[in-house]
Every structure is written in C-alpha cells, then in structure tokens.
Design a protein around this ligand. Structure first.
Ligand SMILES: *Cc1c(COP(=O)(O)O)cnc(C)c1O
Length: 395
C-alpha cells in the first residue's frame, strides 16, 4: 500500500486526500469490511499491541476505510487529526464526556441541537459536571458564566433552527482567557463554509449524517482536533466505549466528501434564492438567512462564513394551522426533521425537533408555531420556488 502526499488545493484533496490503495490499485477506495486483523506471527501481534509496529488491531480501534475518511476530513478541516464515530451524537458525546470529570463546569449556548442539550442538562450533571446555558449571541453572558472550574465551552453556529450566528472567535477568546477549551458543532455551517479551528476552537464536531454524506444514506460523526487531544483521554474513550463507525458508512462519507465543494455552493445559492423569494412574500415573515443583509448578525456571518449556508428559517403568518397547511401542500419539498440531503427537506421545529422543550424555552429561542426550517437540496431552484408558491397559495 502506498500513500501519496498532495500539495494541492482543497477541491483536489477532497477527491484524493487520504486514499490508500491496496495491491489491486483500485480507483475507488476499498471497503475493508472486517472486524479484526490477522498477524504474520505471534511476535508481530505482540509488537502491534505494544504500539511498536504499524498496523491495525481491531475495528473498534481503527479500520483502513475509516482511517481514509478520517484523513480526508483532517485535510479538509486543516486539523492535525480526526476520529470518526457511528453518529453525530456519538461524536458530540465523546468530545464532551472524554474531556470532563466530576466537579468540572461547562458553559454552552442555549440554542443547541436537542440531544446535545440532553448531554449537558441531563446526563453530565448525574456525573457531577455542572453547566450554565447562555444566549450565545451575548458575549457578556459568556464572560459572566465562566468559572474557575470551567473546562469546556460549547456552541453551534448558525443555530438550529433560528440560524443565529455566534461570534466563534470572540467566544474562543473568552474561553482561552478562562483557561478552558471551545468545542464547536459545525453542522449547520458545513465544513467548507466555516473553519472553527482557524477561529480558535479546540475541537470541532460534525454529524456527518448531514452535508458530508449529503444524500441521506447513513449516520456518521467526526471529531477534529490537535494530536494531543486525539491521543489523550479521547483515544481511550473511543477505544473502550466503542462508538465506532461501520467501514461501509465511512466509505459512503468518504465518497460524499468528493462532491462536497459542488454541493456546498449549490445548497447556498439555492438557500439565498429561496430566502430572497420568501422575504418578498406577503404570507411570510421573519425570514432568517445569514447571507441576507437583514439578518441580525449578517456582518458577523460575512466575517466568519464564506457564504450564507444551506439552511433557511421563516414564519408562515397564521401560526401552527397555517404552517401545517403550508407543509402539507408542498410536493417537491418533503417533510422531514433530517437535513443536509440532496432532497429539500422542511420541518416544523415546535412540534418535532423542539417538541420536548418547555414552551418558555422555545420562546427564548424565538421558535413559534409559525416557524419552519428548510434544508435546501439540489433540485432546480425554479421548481422549489414554484412548490413554495403553490403551497403558500393554499394558506
Ligand atoms: C443532526 C445533528 C446532530 C446529531 O447528529 P446525528 O448524526 O443525528 O447523531 C448534532 N448536531 C447538529 C447541529 C445536528 O444537526
């Protein structure tokens, strides 16, 4: 097997980076669908277990196909390394749990993916890790929440579903001054649009289920960080708790990366066009798109993102009844809580992804019965606009 090095641009790295060919010289990366590995001799087995010989030991620890995906992700992100997991939540859980112990404190933005809030609000306190939730856009709240025992800060930006944009560089700065490390869930921005490690984050996590796969085929997650973090407590956590990804799913994600630049551009162009169209519609209000100049943090979005991203949120005038009439009348855009697919997907957060949340908490986030969120797909923009207009006419 040979591994080439590529002093090449990002688009090229996403096609070739990390590829390790077998003796057959296959063009497409091989799927090493194996749990274990054999050794030429007992001495070789001993050496590998001691870490004195390169090679794989067990697919819960590492696997050649998974390793190719991890390498390509690290090249994309400009990270020293990456570790793949079976889902985005496995990545978030590993990134947080492996870094804390009883008595530690976490500061997190309130607008988090709901399972992330479960980890911070319900799971970690059972093990003696406390947290403070803040309005991520209010830097004073971050500063005020930091304690001497704060070890991590955690945010996602743009947020789900209201697409607020949080100043990653500023939060990273507050975090560093407090002696802690910032973890960023970068799913809603996608990797080519926003580079949290360059902005000062210590760890970046993805649900690769979303735009990295990009075609709604499988679950997956990634954790990116410096080598010291990856080789520290995180390595033992991953080895011994086993949130490993299937080599087949890692292969799907590896192939997803090849087309990521093309899809990233198209998703954002469609999102921008839909946002502009919706903003001019009488039955729609409160259009939220970071790429539009009327977005509350547009200037910040321009600074830390290369485009407005793939998601749009807006209100259908007339509350839940009107929103449901609209969703039910859509034909091309499908109702789904998932996102990052080639298919455009729409959700009503108050009754799905954020249903578990107290009404007062939803109010704090700005989620009402009128709010809907679209994950823009790869269909023709004209067809999506026509679908939206047809459905709005029924409202
Ligand atoms: C989907 C998602 C997750 C969880 O990822 P899974 O792959 O579904 O486990 C975490 N954070 C954000 C922002 C997400 O959109």
């Amino acid at each position: 097997m040979t591994e080439e090095t590529f002093p090449l641009s990002q688009d090229t790295l996403l096609v070739h980076g990390g590829t390790v060919r077998s003796q057959h010289g296959e063009t497409s990366e091989a799927i090493y669908m194996t749990s274990g590995f054999t050794y030429k001799s007992a001495e070789s087995a001993e050496a590998r277990f001691k870490g004195e010989e390169e090679g794989f030991v067990y697919s819960r620890y590492a696997n050649p196909t998974v390793a190719m995906f991890e390498k390509r992700m690290a090249l994309l992100e400009g990270a020293e390394g990456a570790r793949a997991t079976g889902s985005g939540m496995a990545a978030v859980a590993a990134a947080l749990i492996s870094q804390v112990k009883a008595g530690d404190h976490i500061v997190a933005a309130r607008a988090l993916f709901s399972s992330c809030r479960y980890i911070i609000e319900d799971l970690l306190p059972r093990f003696g890790v406390e947290s403070t939730l803040v309005d991520g856009c209010d830097l004073d709240q971050w500063r005020a929440a930091m304690r001497p025992n704060t070890v991590l800060t955690f945010l996602e930006s743009p947020t789900n579903p209201m697409l607020d944009v949080i100043d990653i560089e500023a939060v990273a700065d507050i975090t560093r001054k407090g002696g802690a490390r910032l973890v960023v869930d970068n799913v809603f921005a996608t990797p080519l649009v926003q580079r949290p490690l360059k902005l000062g984050a210590s760890i970046v996590v993805y649900s690769a289920t979303k735009h990295i796969d990009g075609q709604g085929r499988c679950l997956g997650g990634v954790i990116l960080s410096d080598q010291e973090t990856l080789d520290g407590a995180l390595k033992d956590y991953l080895r011994h708790t086993g949130p490993a990804i299937s080599p087949f799913n890692a292969w799907l994600l590896l192939k997803g990366l090849e087309t990521l630049p093309l899809r990233t551009e198209r998703h954002a162009a469609t999102a921008a066009a839909l946002a502009d169209h919706l903003a001019g519609h009488a039955k729609v209000s409160n259009v939220r798109y970071p790429g539009r100049s009327d977005h509350p943090q547009h200037a910040l979005a321009k600074k830390q993102m290369t485009n407005g991203g793939p998601m749009v949120a807006f209100d259908i005038n007339g509350g839940k009844t009107a929103a449901f009439t609209f969703l039910n009348a859509l034909q091309t855009i499908r109702i789904s809580n998932n996102l990052g697919d080639a298919k455009s997907l729409i959700t009503h957060p108050a009754t799905t992804t954020h249903q578990r949340m107290e009404e007062s908490e939803r109010e704090l986030l700005g989620i009402t019965g009128s709010t809907v969120r679209i994950s823009c797909g790869l269909e023709s923009v004209g067809d999506l606009v026509a679908d939206i207009d047809r459905a709005l006419a029924r409202v």
